[in-house]
Design a protein around this ligand. Structure first.
Ligand SMILES: [Zn+2]
Length: 193
C-alpha cells in the first residue's frame, strides 16, 4: 500500500461563492504564493474574502488561512482558481497568514513597517501544509511572496509625491530561510523585479 499522505488538520470553511470559481486540474498548479492578511483577525479576513468584486459573483481570497494559534482554515479547495495574486492565479495556491501588516494605513508612507512577528504556531502549521501540498500536487515546485510577484507602486495616502509598494506581504518578518529549507520548494521572483 502507498504511504498515507500526512494531512494537517484543516477546518473546511468554503466561501459562499466557491462553486462559481473556475475549476482546474491539480496538475496545473506549480506555485504557492505567500500572503499575509494585513487585517487584525481571521473574522475580518473572512469578511473581506466574502465580498463580491467581479461580475461572475466572486471576490478576492486565498485558498488557506493560518490563524495566530496555528489553526488552518480552507476557504477554497485547491481544484478551483482563487483571486489572490494578479497574473498568477490559474497556476497557484494562495496561503494567507493572519497578521496585521500595515492595517489600517496600508499606503501611508509613515506606516510601512509590518512589524508584527509571525507566531511559531503559524510557521509550524505552514510547513506542515506545504509538505502536504507537495504530496497532493504533482507539479508543485515554486513558492513566492506576493511582494515578489506584484511589484507595483502607488502614491502614498499621506503624500502623493511619495510612492509605496501596493503589496508588501508577507513582508520582512517572514522567515524565508526556515520555510524554504523545510518545504523543499524553490523561490520564484517575478521577471520585472
Ligand atoms: Zn497578498
Amino acid at each position: 500500500m502507498p504511504p498515507t499522505p500526512t494531512e494537517p488538520t484543516v477546518n473546511d470553511w468554503p466561501l459562499p461563492y466557491v462553486a462559481l470559481l473556475p475549476e482546474r486540474p491539480l496538475a496545473q498548479i506549480d506555485l504557492v504564493v505567500m500572503h499575509c492578511t494585513e487585517l487584525p483577525d481571521l473574522a475580518m479576513a473572512r469578511e473581506y474574502g466574502e465580498r463580491i468584486h467581479y461580475d461572475a459573483g466572486t471576490g478576492n481570497s486565498g485558498h488557506y488561512y493560518l490563524d495566530r494559534d496555528g489553526s488552518l482554515h480552507r476557504f477554497v479547495e485547491p481544484g478551483r482558481v482563487a483571486h489572490h495574486t494578479r497574473g498568477y492565479n490559474p497556476r497557484s495556491i494562495g496561503i494567507e497568514i493572519v497578521n496585521t501588516g500595515r492595517y489600517p494605513h496600508w499606503y501611508d508612507s509613515r506606516h510601512q513597517a509590518m512589524d508584527e512577528p509571525y507566531t511559531e504556531a503559524q510557521i509550524a502549521a505552514l510547513i506542515a501544509l506545504l509538505r502536504h501540498l507537495r504530496e497532493i500536487l504533482p507539479n508543485l515546485h515554486f513558492i513566492a511572496g506576493h511582494e515578489d510577484l506584484d511589484t507595483a507602486k502607488v502614491p502614498a495616502s499621506d503624500d502623493a509625491g511619495v510612492f509605496v509598494a501596493r503589496k508588501r506581504d508577507p513582508g520582512p518578518r517572514f522567515p524565508w530561510h526556515e520555510v524554504l529549507e523545510a518545504c523543499g520548494l524553490q523561490r520564484l521572483v517575478a521577471d520585472n523585479h
